[in-house]
Design a protein around this ligand. Sequence first.
Ligand code: SF4
Length: 154
Amino acid sequence: MYEFAVAPAITNLRRRGAEITEVAPKSLGAELELEPGDRITRVNGRPVRDYLDFRFQTAGETELVVEVRKSSGEDWELQIERGEAEDFGFSFEQIVPRQCANECIFCFCKGNPSDARPSLFVRDEDIRLSFLYGNGDPCVTISTFVFKPPGRRN
Ligand code: SF4
């Protein structure tokens, strides 16, 4: 079962790349000498923020340039050719849900009884969860609000 992190997600958002937590034996990832603790930072020049990015950037690609920050601190650039359906054999760290920074007075999270299960306190605005689990409930943090009267175009 997916365990939601209740700690503010903001602190975990800015680490570069997606961390590998397991590499299946005899897989392409093992052949490439990638290990748990290594972070994939770019695929074909595009940034990888989490494993959803990694899946998206690698899907259907047979020729790849993968940039990796090794757990030792070294940076590797790997030129990879693979079969169309060949999997890397990686497991990745779980995504920490991004949370809403609004303060709506009617917020359903604030209305929870104090002993409600922790996941009910997550102010989820993370569309990635909809892709991964079908359970995302994206709210949208409002940083700037510009009111335009009806009929006025700019
Ligand atoms: S946008 Fe949604 S989660 Fe965020 S404070 Fe408002 S009601 Fe709560």
